[in-house]
Design a protein around this ligand. Sequence first.
Ligand code: UD1
Length: 439
Amino acid sequence: MAHFGRSDASIRMEGKRPLSGRIRIQGSKNAALPILAACMLIPGKCVLRGCPDITDIECMCNLLKSTGASVSTVCTDTDTEAIGIDTRSVREHRLPERYVSAMRSSVIMMGAMLGRLGEVCVNYPGGCVIGERPIDLHLYGLEKLGAQIWIEGNHIHAYADELRGAVVDFPFPSVGATQNVILAAVTAQGTTVIKNAAKEPEIIELCRFLNTAGARIDYSGTLLKTGRIVIQGVELSRLQGIVYDVISDRIVAGTYLFAALAAGGKVTLENVPIGQLDSICDTIKGMGASVTVDAGRNEMAIDACDRDRIVNVPYIETDVYPDFPTDLQSPLLVAACMAGGTLTVREKIFSSRFRIVEELRRMGADIEVTGDTAVVTGGRELEGRNVIARELRGGAALVVAGLCASGITTVADSGYIRRGYQDIVGDFAALGARISYVG
Ligand code: UD1
């Protein structure tokens, strides 16, 4: 395991130093989590290479183990570490509350466990406090496939003698609910059609993984245009263990691009999912930095050295893929504080995703929030303060703010950041930042 510091440790920075150098982007959390859940459907051994070394992945592995699966670290022929998952001895359908409460993604185990065991019992899932996060769309989709669902206290029970293909028409393209239905439909009788499915790259990765293991999911070419996924159910015994490489993390790459934009400097990122970062690159270029891509090497370089050129674009709104991702809204706010002019940001996906504004204001930022909209007036100096991470992406953005601020910043409760960033301290240190864990 990488060195993370304790989960309640603080991250301390001495800011106002431009970033410079190159770093490698970790594997994608949001791709790896549903793929790990999908292993539950495969009565054999899967090996996942490139899973990030973060606490959310640890939590998903613990969930798998709690069902009876064996999960281990394996050494692959390329000498890289990988996670081996063997679900042949799975038997337990109740998921332990301590893991489910720790991570909202645990809800996608429901579809996989219905497909494998025909029943599942979970408590209402937890996760970052970024607004109301109901699971009505997940339950709607599973019920359409024939699951009986009932609630007892804080627990959700789902049971299906046999799942049957159906048309699932989502009123909103929820990422997790789309994944849950895909997982349940893979071994259902007949054909499932998901309409208004989520189009995020992590959906495509889940389909690609499952198809490689023997599923029959048609998404190719059509998903981005039509939002439609068609799944022909197959026998469970048709699914076979595979070795699979997890794609790299577009949100971590985006965080580091905004860090370079905010702090200034010249940074090259290796192992970047280039085609997935179009809306982010457009924003960064619109703000005056140059971005160059070496597609052959999967590298992306940002040059934000000329600070006079860094100015805000007038307006950004977060939306579903391929538009600007909600997960990068907080790092964008920090970059906007450091740029000239004014940026208006509308958050369309989550209701409480401006929680870092209070902390940024304490550092000297000029940000006004009204409902789902924040107006950032940039060009103000940020000053180092003791601030507190309250959720994953906001926590990472506070670290970016600390890199830009004069004096010392400490970000407490760095455990939130460890949920998604393998080594944020090591990465920024490699780019020349004065940053370390304390406490
Ligand atoms: C996933 C990502 C998360 C990202 C989000 C949006 C993972 C592990 N997490 O989260 O990083 O920020 O997509 O891109 O991949 N909703 C409902 N009812 C439901 C489900 C969702 O109302 O049953 C609402 C949510 O409250 C939210 C919106 O839909 O307002 C988007 O949620 P969803 O797309 O489901 O996000 P997640 O899968 O939770």
